[in-house]
Design a protein around this ligand. Sequence first.
Ligand SMILES: [Zn+2]
Length: 321
Amino acid sequence: MDFSYIPIIFGILVFLLPVAIVYNNLNSEETYTLVHKSIHKKPILIDIPELKKVNEAQIKAAILSAKKKLIRDLATKLAQYTSAENLNNVYRNISSLTIKRSPLPDGIIGRYYPKTNTIRYSSKSSIPHEFIHCSTTYCDSNTKQSFTGFSQDNAEGECFANGLNEGYTEIVASRVFNIPITSYKREVEIANLFELFFDDRKEMEALFFNHDLPGLVKRMEKFAPVEEILELIAQTDELMKMSSGEKNYLPILIDEQAAQIKLKLYTIFKKNFNDSNKLAEFEKQLLNSEITRGIITKESLASYKNQVFSPNNSTVNQVSL
Ligand SMILES: [Zn+2]
């Protein structure tokens, strides 16, 4: 018997096995555990633990147990805005939440620290946004993973979907507390476009309050392959990194990145939604933008009519530090 082929066969199997595992993960309906290598080569686990349901009376009692009147007032407004199913994180986080004025690095006026459940601020105006972070955060003490709205941190401190999450946090804070949008304006505009993929914005809000990024991805998967959706989310993370250190980039380059993401979303939207009112609303948001006006014009939208989005055919990744 000739054994000389064994090393070759073994080599082929070793090469094919990881491919098969990734393929299986991408196509698995039941277990949504997905290790995604984003364009930044960071492995991200996408999976959320299921939490016990809580009722209105339990939430009310939790709100009353909060340390400060300011926290009780913010939570009361949030409880008036949304239903008990969306307040599980409020129920678990609010009694131990600490808010304190403290110096922060330059340009940062507020920050929420999930692991210590603390809001630090140098300007009071940041508190509503940070409070929404607290209200959407779940920390898993076993895996050391934390979930805040749509964003996920793993034990190594790597983060995914932070850009989309900051934009949507700003939107929700503005709705709940009736305050203007003041930060993350580029991310806000992108998060608004994501919301148009839902029949009712309350559906996206419910996923956000329950730190359910997989739910958001599953919804978006109805319209485009999962890899495209994750790529768009990763590119929004990149956008946020670019925006937060504006000195290293010309603002036009950052706006260009925002425009590319929006146009990809538009391509996907246009392919899937025949409702002319919804399409008109999407186009209105693209054309009325403070940020990408001049980059996205009526003419550029018309040229997107028959274009098929391809992540490999994008100019977005060409911008570098
Ligand atoms: Zn934030």
